[in-house]
Design a protein around this ligand. Structure first.
Ligand SMILES: [Zn+2]
Length: 406
């Protein structure tokens, strides 16, 4: 039996897969992991060993795109999930109980993914027509028509432009002209342990390839991600005015996930700390800009339109002569929006869609029904998968299933 992202179910008979290195998916794995080999991408394998101290002999690093023989006439292929580095969509190719489709059945487990049209061209779909996919286990994080955030390219270039404009407003020049510009704006970007690197790259580009300041711990992780632009990251706090902090530091979503609440005390403490390291008072920062890339932007998009590319909040009640603090939510998502989910299912035409992210007290059938017009109902009677629903994460009850019967 193959199990994806469900490590609390321990059974020596299971063959485990980890779609990517985000905590809500690897819950249950630790250095004392007892239950057999974990199959994953090469980047995820490195992180399992270095961050969670899983014994290397229990980690099986598999290449992208290639058909991997799992024994007993079962195969799997990994497609880049366009989520965080190392994240994969898993395509299982298994024997079927009937002779249709050459006696094979295919199961797609999306892990977490951001659909991109190029996925339709993926060589891994092979020579078979897309219609042979029996079931798609879908990343339904944003499975609602109200989620209409733009493409990553649109958002990253908007962020780069915004940061460049804001920084240009506050750059001070020395007496001899523009030759010595002193940046007066401190830019702080929140990211997960891994993920959102494309935002950091674009901000660097927009400021003439400036360094991005990260902690030693973050740099050690970034170095394992095969990033062609690893050189932009620096652990020298004075290297630039753009710094990265952990996700959640700049603020959090209000209960329900609709409104971002900035953590002004953290912003102030971080600002003071960075300024305390600058010897010349004239060189200290006078403005703080926090950037929070997230798909949970429905609230401000509802107010300002789905084309809104950022939402600015200014710290209230600040005296005019004191530093200014602002945060910007930007609708950058590494999960698919609703339209993209529909495009992916329209392409694959599976017999069934099974949601892997279901809100607490939510009904999985409600999510499956959102794709009812796109599935191939003639095959919907096919037998195959049984799901396990379980792990609680933050405000959501996530069910990163799945059991695949083999
Ligand atoms: Zn993820």
């Amino acid at each position: 039996m193959f199990v994806v992202d469900a490590f609390k179910y321990k059974n020596p008979a299971y063959v485990y897969f980890l779609s990517h290195f985000h905590a809500d998916h690897y819950t249950g794995i630790n250095k004392n992991w007892p239950s057999g080999a974990i199959h994953c991408s090469q980047i995820t394998a490195r992180l399992l060993i270095s961050q969670l101290e899983v014994p290397p002999e229990l980690v099986v690093a598999l290449p992208l795109n290639q058909r991997i023989d799992l024994g007993n006439d079962c195969y799997v292929r990994f497609m880049d999930a366009n989520h965080c580095p190392g994240a994969v969509v898993l395509l299982f190719d298994l024997p079927a109980e009937s002779d249709s489709h050459n006696g094979r059945r295919r199961i797609v487990h999306c892990g977490d993914f951001r659909y991109h049209p190029s996925m339709k061209e993926w060589e891994g779909w092979g020579e078979d027509p897309p219609g042979v996919v029996e079931e798609v286990m879908l990343d339904t994080t944003y499975c609602n028509a109200r989620f209409k955030f733009p493409t990553q390219d649109v958002v990253t270039s908007a962020i780069g432009k915004l940061i460049a404009e804001r920084c240009a407003e506050d750059t001070s020049h020395s007496a001899d002209g523009a030759s010595h510009c002193r940046q007066k704006t401190l830019v702080v970007i929140a990211t997960y342990t891994i993920g959102k690197e494309k935002v950091l790259l674009e901000v660097s580009r927009s400021l003439n390839n400036i360094s991005i300041v990260v902690t030693q711990e973050k740099k050690a992780i970034l170095e394992q991600l095969d990033l062609p632009y690893i050189d932009i990251f620096s652990t020298d706090i004075g290297a630039s005015n753009v710094h990265v902090v952990s996700w959640g530091k700049l603020g959090e979503m209000a209960p329900g996930g609709w409104r971002f609440l900035p953590n002004w005390s953290f912003c102030g403490e971080f600002f003071d700390w960075v300024n305390s390291l600058i010897v010349d008072p004239d060189d200290r920062y006078t403005r703080f800009i926090g950037v929070v890339p997230t798909g949970w932007t429905h609230d401000f998009q509802k107010r300002y339109g789905t084309g809104a590319l950022y939402h600015e909040q200014t710290k209230p009640n600040q005296p005019t002569d004191s530093p200014s603090f602002q945060t910007y939510e930007v609708p950058y998502s590494e999960h698919s929006n609703f339209e993209e989910l529909r495009l992916f299912i329209e392409f694959l035409k599976p017999a069934r869609v099974t949601p892997t992210v279901v809100p607490k007290a939510g009904n999985p059938t409600k999510f499956s029904n959102m794709f009812r017009d796109l599935v191939d109902s003639r095959r919907s009677h096919a037998k195959g998968i049984q799901g396990l629903f379980g792990s609680k994460v933050n405000r959501m009850m996530l069910s990163h299933l799945a059991r695949v019967l083999s």
